[in-house]
Ligand binder design. Sequence first.
Ligand code: SF4
Length: 362
Amino acid sequence: MNAGIYIHVPFCAVRCPYCDFYSVRYSADAAKAYTDAVCRNLNALPEDLTADTLYLGGGTPSLLKPDMIAEITATAKAFISKFEEAEISLEANPLTVTKERAVEWRKAGINRLSLGVQSFSEETLRTLGRKHSPAQARQAVQNAVNAGITNLSIDLMIGLKHQDLTALRQELESACALPVTHISVYLLKIEPETPFGQNPPALLTADETADLYLEMDRLLTGAGYEHYEISNFAKPGFASRHNSKYWRCLPYYGIGPGAHSCYDGRRFAVPKDLNAFLSADIQPMNVTDGQALTDGEQIMLGLRLKEGIYPDRFPDVKERLMKAAKPLIPQYLTYQNNQLAMTPTGWLVSNSVLAALLRDIP
Ligand code: SF4
């Protein structure tokens, strides 16, 4: 079974006020030491590991110099049997996607970019503390396409008070006008340990957000994107192969401070400490769950996907699961061809649906 390899790149140029991911300010020296440490850790992965996805996430991986990215992809290649067919993703801030860098990334094997666009509205970008403009986001897409990177994902964020239905339609119209294969739309969540946690912006109400979510489902599916996961839309054949491993409970190996892994039925996390990562021969890892992938966990993650789950694969709990599911069909769940899946309305209230389904399931 092919695994995924995730590299957490913990550098950002500036901190966005809503974000609680682990990152520190970029410095060239730290980036060089970090690249060496990542390659050391890649070389220490199990010899028999085979992967078909590599994902450089962060942080802002595109801040690394292209030759550092090339060193990481070249080292990871030892574990990727058909490199040209693998999904090799890089998360990028639009401001870093110059023509020259995009060409270098493509040469390094990057064939998918995930761009942190967040919005095509100046007002929203300023509220979110983002430094790029809508025009720079569009130029980043064009630079990537010109360099031959045509599998492009953009992230958008919704939830600010001024983002009404009209604003949403404009956002999605701007997104669909670009040659992007994948769109992720995240709901702004206020994390306590962030500047927004101390001083939150005005947000939409739950009812307003629900209207937006259903309208987004309607508009993006109408534009040819499949709503394949609770927050993700893709043109046919372009669902994220790497992220799908998380939802399908397939193995993945994480490298870098703050990276998570899941394999051999256990979950692991690397401490969020760049210095500890740099100074150790092999990264320290803590077991965060010694009994991962219980039936409940697999059901919960699988129901994030449009395809849902096959209850037959959970013989110990199938009867209890289907009994709990029955009253939620057809509004919140569907059950067809032995597959149980959430409807978009179910995704909207997924926490309540999951609580009802998993009440008696470990
Ligand atoms: S949103 Fe991205 S760029 Fe902003 S602080 Fe978080 S990881 Fe860094």
